[in-house]
Design a protein around this ligand. Structure first.
Ligand SMILES: [Zn+2]
Length: 160
């Protein structure tokens, strides 16, 4: 076991290359043709890891947040800001706009298999639960997902 309390978290946002390709081509890798729109309640940008303002344009597209294709992987809908934004820099904490919301945390092993049952974090609990999941050596990383919609938000790893 890795010691839970000493586990430092690395928050991994969507790579900038992926976001720039989508912004420039207005297509995703699943054949969807994209157009910027607004989410009146705000939508979570997977690149800067902030919620949009009500009138800020977003691009919605399909994304597979994994490396080489494997059976447990899912493709799902994600938002990014339509205009340039700065990729979230990893810190040992859940990004502020997500820390205040309930999340689902799903652990995966290094071959992208689901490693164990997903856990449900109430607002403020996600960092502690991520550390608990990452204390299992079999767990390589954790996906944070929206609890209300189930969509992928960001990845959490151990900071070495
Ligand atoms: Zn953004």
């Amino acid at each position: 076991m890795i010691q839970t309390m000493s586990t430092k978290l690395r928050i991994v946002a969507m790579p900038t290359e992926v976001v720039e390709h989508v912004r420039e081509s207005l297509r995703d890798e699943f054949g969807n043709i994209l157009a910027a729109g607004v989410e009146h309640g705000g939508g979570p940008c997977r690149h800067c890891l902030r919620y949009s303002e009500p009138r800020e344009p977003l691009l919605l597209f399909s994304y597979r947040p994994f490396g080489e294709p494997r059976p447990y992987q899912e493709v799902g809908p994600v938002f990014v800001h339509a205009r340039s934004c700065e990729r979230h820099a990893s810190k040992d904490s859940i990004p502020g706009d997500f820390a205040i919301r309930p999340l689902v945390l799903r652990p995966y092993d290094k071959e992208d298999n689901i490693a164990d049952s997903q856990r449900y974090a109430e607002a403020g609990e996600a960092a502690t639960i991520a550390r608990e999941l990452l204390a299992d050596e079999n767990v390589a990383y954790v996906h944070a997902r929206s609890r209300s919609h189930g969509c992928y938000l960001f990845r959490i790893e151990r900071e070495n």
